[in-house]
Design a protein around this ligand. Structure first.
Ligand code: TXA
Ligand code: MG
Length: 316
């Protein structure tokens, strides 16, 4: 098991030596290494059993640092960074040669994000290099939102877990790429499209599928626990309550299933609260002695779109 603590100096020391440290962000925990050190980055891929065609997000302390990693930072990307950073938004921009190919899987763009978490911002500000960090879970599994989640699955592969408590947003960042100066959404995430579009105007949403994993987070099967998941409205899910089931419900319990087998994401019907609790709920039910998880789709607006996206990929 890994050492867990709030010691930024320890984290800095280990990262400077080229070791892996799990870091808190507002979205999910990341598995971090010096982004400019090929060998350190290689350890991330090994620890996660992550295929090398799946590029990593590079975390920076500021827009100024982000600009040092890009050969030409699009004006629109700059405006988005100024508006939404630190925050749950990753921007794909042309990369500079200093960013190792292993980080970007040979692509000529790099994903950059300034995370909104006080400990990790302090850490990033204290380092002389940016941090490559995918979500701190084995490839294809649900992302971690607490230090314990990281420890359970990658505890023997990471030198230190920086403890920033439970993640506030709970689902991964929204990813925006640019083509001919046009922004487009490549992954739904913790920044709601409505908030983005209020600033940019209408955005094209292009979620890639298995045939073309431009952003492999878009693989149809991803974020998946081991158990079978059935999705639907409450009315649809009632047809399955004869099964040995646990549930993930939005606001209200599903009639016909024992209360202690049910997780309610947000009794008050708040999509942000639901997003924050989603991944922990999937993990809990994955460990419960049930045969199947019945999960209720939530309203398709705000963070509800990203929640339903994760549920569909988990169920695929
Ligand atoms: O909220 C988040 O984004 C978290 C925290 C730790 O920052 N990170 C995260 O990383 O979710 P990861 O590796 O699990 O997902 C990153 C996604 C992958 O699907 C990857 O394919 C895509 O970003 N990506 C990264 N760089 C890319 C690039 N240059 N072009 C296309 N997709 C890219
Ligand atoms: Mg991930």
């Amino acid at each position: 098991m890994a050492e867990i603590g709030k010691d930024i100096h320890r984290a800095k020391q280990l990262l400077t030596e080229g070791q892996l440290v799990a870091i808190p962000t507002e979205t999910v925990y990341g598995l971090a290494a010096n982004a400019l050190n090929d060998k350190a980055v290689l350890e991330i891929f090994k620890a996660k059993s992550r295929p090398h065609f799946d590029p990593l997000i590079v975390h920076v302390a500021s827009l100024a640092q982000a600009e040092t990693l890009s050969s030409s930072f699009p004006e629109k990307a700059k405006a988005l960074a100024q508006k939404f950073w630190p925050g749950p938004l990753t921007l794909l921009v042309p990369k500079k040669e200093t960013v190792p190919d292993i980080v970007t899987s040979g692509l000529n763009t790099v994903g950059l994000r300034c995370p909104d978490h006080v400990l990790t911002l302090q850490l990033l500000q204290s380092l002389s290099f940016p941090l490559a960090a995918p979500s701190a879970n084995p490839f294809g599994y649900v992302s971690p939102t607490t230090p314990q989640h990281v420890n359970e699955q990658l505890g023997d592969k990471v030198a230190y877990i920086l403890d920033g408590g439970e993640c506030r947003v709970g689902i991964e960042s929204t990813i925006v790429g640019f083509e001919n100066e046009q922004g487009m959404v490549l992954r739904l995430g913790g920044l709601a499209i409505e908030n983005l579009e209020a600033f940019t105007g209408p955005l094209h949403v292009q979620l890639h599928s298995n045939s073309n994993p431009h952003a492999p987070g878009q693989l149809q099967s991803h974020y998946a626990p081991g158990k079978k998941i059935i999705l639907g409205t409450q009315a649809q899910l009632r047809a399955y309550t004869h099964l040995h089931a646990g549930t993930i419900m939005f606001q209200h319990a599903l009639p016909g299933v024992a209360p202690n087998q049910q997780i309610i994401l947000s009794p008050g019907g708040d999509l942000e609260e639901a997003a924050q609790h989603l991944f922990a709920a999937l993990r809990t039910l994955d460990k419960t002695a049930i045969d199947v998880i019945l999960a209720e789709l939530v309203p398709e607006h705000g963070l509800g779109r990203a929640i339903n996206d994760r549920l569909r990929r988990a169920a695929y």
